[in-house]
Design a protein around this ligand. Structure first.
Ligand SMILES: *[C@@H]1O[C@H](CO)[C@@H](O)[C@H](O)[C@H]1NC(C)=O
Ligand SMILES: *[C@@H]1O[C@H](CO)[C@@H](O)[C@H](O)[C@H]1NC(C)=O
Ligand SMILES: *[C@@H]1O[C@H](CO)[C@@H](O)[C@H](O)[C@H]1NC(C)=O
Ligand SMILES: *[C@@H]1O[C@H](CO)[C@@H](O)[C@H](O)[C@H]1NC(C)=O
Ligand SMILES: *[C@@H]1O[C@H](CO)[C@@H](O)[C@H](O)[C@H]1NC(C)=O
Ligand SMILES: *[C@@H]1O[C@H](CO)[C@@H](O)[C@H](O)[C@H]1NC(C)=O
Ligand SMILES: *[C@@H]1O[C@H](CO)[C@@H](O)[C@H](O)[C@H]1NC(C)=O
Ligand SMILES: *[C@@H]1O[C@H](CO)[C@@H](O)[C@H](O)[C@H]1NC(C)=O
Ligand SMILES: *[C@@H]1O[C@H](CO)[C@@H](O)[C@H](O)[C@H]1NC(C)=O
Ligand SMILES: *[C@@H]1O[C@H](CO)[C@@H](O)[C@H](O)[C@H]1NC(C)=O
Ligand SMILES: *[C@@H]1O[C@H](CO)[C@@H](O)[C@H](O)[C@H]1NC(C)=O
Ligand SMILES: CC(=O)N[C@H]1CO[C@H](CO)[C@@H](O)[C@@H]1O
Length: 608
């Protein structure tokens, strides 16, 4: 059955051919004109659902600008480069038939001599899609960025999700969820073929790269537009949206339930002490907990009780989105209300208490309902407690609840449908309420934002390759969230195979890598470990040259081992230093894998 479906899909997808490019010798100035772009614009009826508006096409050649960072600070896309890439700066406007909406797409076409038959899509982050189209120029790829019909270059999606209290903007929701990027790619590939006058069978290798919501956006494309993409790189995807977003309230809920609001310095000390204790378990003491699973199995947080901590007074700036490194993200990058806020903290000098450890343990244990059934997974032990920050009340001289606006805004706007950027308190809220909020959001956004469809047959059968990575100490999107999706895809797509056979079949096109010590879409200042920086080159090699990775190249950028290359282990193998080499071995360890395996009986439906 699968074979038949695969053959049918493969037949629909144009096969690669050696492209003859007649425009190779043409200059940028010659092709980059409004009249040429109007001439090559797909006419109405060519692409179902998209009516282009020739009168609104713009085009100008750009010679001296650099290829910008694709997805913004810390989003894990390729960094900017100082090289100049001449390109044709194009805007195309289209409407959905009968809707009279306006979607503007920016495209950047490399000059003909640089073009390498590639199309490149970069992801955004928070509640934003990428707003730059130039990220692909360094790869000889056409790139795009879309206004998504809600002026996404200037608006964050969470600012437009409600048209008023109680009223969801579904057009914006579907466009942000997956549709805008898919349409940008379909239209962009057609334009690319005609702009460079490719023969009709010529392959345009199509890539996607993003992290955080950019990772979710990448998964949305794999799930919904699988036949369009050849290589997708998805980092720390903020998917399983209902659970992921409501879970940002969970740490506050733990504090309120236990009626204890820990000094931030105590939680920071617990993290540091956990890192120190668990670092050697992976076979090398290098400041990095490469095996949070061994930490979970062998380390008890209670042993930290009584250790002293000290943090100097500070006028601090806190970010709501769990970014530990890479500089503060802008409001656009993290979306909506996640901008920085400053607050005063007095000097904290004390010892870790039983209450501090009880809060920390409950957070790592994850959300359960009042019957003790698990509702969601949590951050790996040794991750920072980014959502658990309390605020100092100068008047009462005590620490108080502070709800992270990531979770608070999601609950108010997306669940309660009220135009407010944060919950004002958690009065009358219990763990069961969080489960109910997840349930409401799950049912409401299952076909738009949830982004966990586990059947990727279309993508796989049309030859797509998926590289999925996740910082193991991510304090925003739990690393186990990625493992759970990978397991869902394996069990749904290969239900009739033995686990060894299904593993081999899956790894031929979908590979998951956990990044030791890394935080959310970046290295972690508390654990100076490796981070993959060469993903696009690896992906291009896989897609265009058939070089399938088995481990993923990553580089240590700070600390004593700065400059070291570590070849990351492909899930489900786990790193273990067994010799004095500068690289770990990749071992199979069932007891460790079991710690990453979850079911969610608090929900009546399967949660993929
Ligand atoms: C295609 O349709 C749009 C609106 O539906 C219209 O503005 C545009 O002029 C049409 N294109 C052509 C070439 O007629
Ligand atoms: C690209 O085109 C748009 C629309 O005409 C324009 O606003 C923008 O400044 C152009 N960018 C460059 C770098 O020329
Ligand atoms: C939501 O609230 C913001 C800030 O108060 C306001 O600017 C915006 O217009 C409101 N949106 C709607 C749809 O009411
Ligand atoms: C935790 O460790 C980091 C450096 O790794 C240090 O900057 C910070 O002050 C420590 N925090 C506490 C509370 O010990
Ligand atoms: C950790 O140690 C405490 C105190 O000895 C004990 O009560 C608790 O059950 C232990 N936790 C685990 C997960 O073993
Ligand atoms: C913290 O408190 C302890 C005990 O009261 C004291 O000995 C120590 O000097 C204090 N440390 C700082 C940095 O204030
Ligand atoms: C709180 O008190 C401290 C010292 O007493 C002062 O420096 C700080 O500015 C105060 N912060 C606020 C927000 O009032
Ligand atoms: C709401 O979010 C803001 C910004 O992150 C934060 O400062 C504030 O403490 C939050 N409100 C509550 C009631 O926790
Ligand atoms: C929407 O709800 C919020 C929160 O209850 C309220 O502050 C605001 O006034 C309401 N907006 C309108 C237009 O009713
Ligand atoms: C690893 O990635 C770096 C860039 O971060 C690159 O310079 C190097 O050639 C790559 N090494 C291997 C073995 O792929
Ligand atoms: C690893 O290096 C340490 C310190 O240099 C040395 O004591 C130890 O014998 C070495 N182990 C192996 C297996 O080579
Ligand atoms: C300032 C600058 O570098 N200008 C250059 C921009 O590109 C054109 C075309 O290549 C050059 O002629 C300019 O000197």
């Amino acid at each position: 059955m699968r074979q038949h479906r695969c053959a049918a899909i493969a037949a629909l997808v144009a096969s690669a051919s050696s492209a003859s490019i007649s425009r190779r010798a043409t200059s940028l100035a010659e092709v980059c004109t409004v009249s040429n772009l109007q001439a090559v614009l797909p006419s109405n009826g060519t692409i179902s659902g998209i009516n282009t508006i020739p009168l609104l096409v713009t085009a100008n050649a750009v010679y001296n600008s650099s290829s910008g960072s694709a997805g913004g600070v810390g989003m894990g896309s390729s960094g900017g480069t100082s090289t100049n890439y001449p390109y044709c700066n194009v805007t195309v406007t289209y409407t959905h038939p009968g809707k009279d909406d306006i979607v503007v797409i920016k495209y950047a076409f490399p000059q003909p001599s640089d073009f390498k038959n590639r199309f490149y899509v970069a992801g955004g982050g928070g509640y934003s899609l990428s707003s730059t189209a130039t990220g692909g120029l360094q790869y000889g790829a056409v790139g795009g960025a879309t206004s998504a019909g809600y002026d996404a270059f200037d608006n964050s999606y969470d600012d437009v999700v409600l048209t008023g209290n109680g009223s969801i903007n579904w057009d914006a929701t579907y466009m942000f969820g997956y549709q805008a990027l898919g349409e940008m790619t379909v239209l962009g590939k057609a334009l690319t073929s005609s702009f460079y006058a490719l023969v009709s069978s010529a392959k345009v290798y199509t890539y996607y790269e993003g992290c955080s919501d950019g990772g979710r956006e990448g998964m949305s494309q794999v799930q919904r537009w699988g036949e369009e993409y050849d290589g997708v790189i998805a980092g720390a995807p903020a998917f399983r949206y209902a659970q992921q977003q409501v879970n940002h309230v969970f740490s506050s809920m733990v504090e309120q339930t236990l009626d204890y609001y820990p000094p931030p310095c105590a939680l920071a000390k617990i993290v540091n002490a956990t890192i120190a204790a668990c670092d050697p378990l992976d076979g090398r003491t290098d400041g990095v907990v490469s095996r949070t699973d061994l930490c979970m199995l062998n380390f008890n947080l209670s042993s930290i009780i009584g250790e002293s901590y000290y943090c100097a007074a500070q006028e601090s700036t806190s970010l709501g989105f769990g970014f530990s490194n890479g500089g503060p993200p802008t409001k656009r990058q993290v979306g909506g209300a996640q901008g920085s806020t400053s607050s005063y903290q007095p000097a904290q000098n004390g010892t870790v208490t039983t209450e501090d450890v009880t809060v920390a343990q409950a957070i790592y244990d994850g959300l359960h309902n009042s019957e003790g059934q698990r509702a969601y997974l949590s951050w790996q032990i040794a991750s920072e407690f980014s959502d658990a920050g309390t605020t100092w009340n100068n008047a009462t001289k005590s620490w108080e609840l502070s709800i992270p606006s990531t979770g608070g805004e999601f609950v108010t706007k997306f669940v309660q449908l009220v135009n407010a950027t944060n919950l004002s308190n958690l009065n009358n809220v219990a763990y069961d309420t969080l489960v109910e909020w997840m349930d409401i959001a799950y049912n409401r956004y299952l076909d738009s934002l949830q982004t966990t469809i586990p059947d990727l047959t279309t993508f796989q059968c049309s030859g797509g390759k998926l590289l999925h990575y996740h910082g193991e100490s991510d304090p925003s999107v739990p690393a186990a969230s990625s493992v759970h999706y990978w397991q869902s895809v394996q069990s749904i797509m290969y239900s009739n195979m033995s686990s060894n056979a299904s593993l081999e079949a899956l790894q031929n096109w979908y590979q998951l890598y956990l990044v030791p010590g890394a935080a959310h879409c970046g290295a972690n200042s508390l654990q100076p470990g490796p981070y993959p920086q060469d993903n696009m080159n690896n992906m291009i090699d896989w897609v265009e040259n058939g070089v399938k990775p088995s481990r993923l190249n990553a580089t240590v950028s700070s600390g004593a081992n700065a400059g070291e290359t570590q070849m990351l282990c492909q899930w489900p193998t786990r790193p273990l230093w067994q010799t004095n080499n500068t690289d770990f071995d990749c071992v199979t360890d069932e007891a460790s894998i079991d710690t990453w395996t979850y079911t969610f009986p608090a929900f009546k439906v399967p949660i993929y």
